[in-house]
Design a protein around this ligand. Sequence first.
Ligand code: NDP
Length: 281
Amino acid sequence: MATIIDGKAISLQIKDELKERAAALKASGIEIALAVIQVGDNPASCVYVRNKKKGCEYIGIGSLSFELPEETTQEELLALIGELNERADVNGILVQLPLPAHIDEDTVIKAIDPKKDVDGFHPQSVGALCIGQPGFVSCTPAGIIQLLKRSGIEIAGKECVVLGRSNIVGKPMALLLLRENATVTIAHSKTKNLKEVTKRADILIVAVGRPKMVTKDYVKEGAVVIDVGINRDENNKMCGDVDFDDVAPVCSAITPVPGGVGPMTIAMLLNNCIESVNLQR
Ligand code: NDP
């Protein structure tokens, strides 16, 4: 039976380390604060924003909350980001996505000062990751690297297949695995003979947004399987992109949903808030 990679426990370990770093910074006179902007009241966004604020509280850094009405214009949002870019008491700026349809997400992401881009979505952050320069790294893929490393799973030299090529998960994931010296393949909806491709993986990362799509016929015996998906199944129960019950018996390690990748995303956001001090120096 596969080892179940416990994202909850590993994220707690990271948050406790960050708590110590935040306390040490405070003792040297450096206070850190994250500004969280939410436009509208999408119920899932409300939960994510609440958890991010709770995370700040847990590690002992400040959080400023900007809850704007749904009808906020793009100009108003850009003006607020402009103000927060200038404020010396704000280290990180996070705009909760998705935004209402009348606001262009790319324009908003580009308006955030890359030195405060704790989500790692700004083109400058992505470019820095691509060429190996310092910058913020997208939280979910950064969290997956931590899950692997802290579970003692070697990445260097491994065949890694990333299923999904989104800007926030698939692409940065592939770049991070490459940085760790893996041999990386990115697969997507136009990939031919998908199961043959995913079966090459020693480490298979799945981020497709399709409930339980990946069954054991996609997985090599003994592979490590990381499930990024957050979906609801036919009984409205949370599930991943991997059919856990089918895949767990054939792999060597697997992340559950919930309790795998999910908790790591907030831990790495908090890590980026602490790291912002170095990038802003
Ligand atoms: P996107 O919808 O942006 O991207 C999905 C990717 O999967 C695309 O590249 C798409 O290919 C590919 N894909 C879709 N269907 C298939 C298929 N049948 N075969 C092969 N490839 C396919 O999703 P995200 O990357 O934003 O999110 C993926 C999942 O991860 C979602 O469930 C999301 O909720 C979850 N998520 C979880 C996070 C966490 O903290 N745990 C954070 C972010 C996301 P193509 O490009 O060709 O269309």
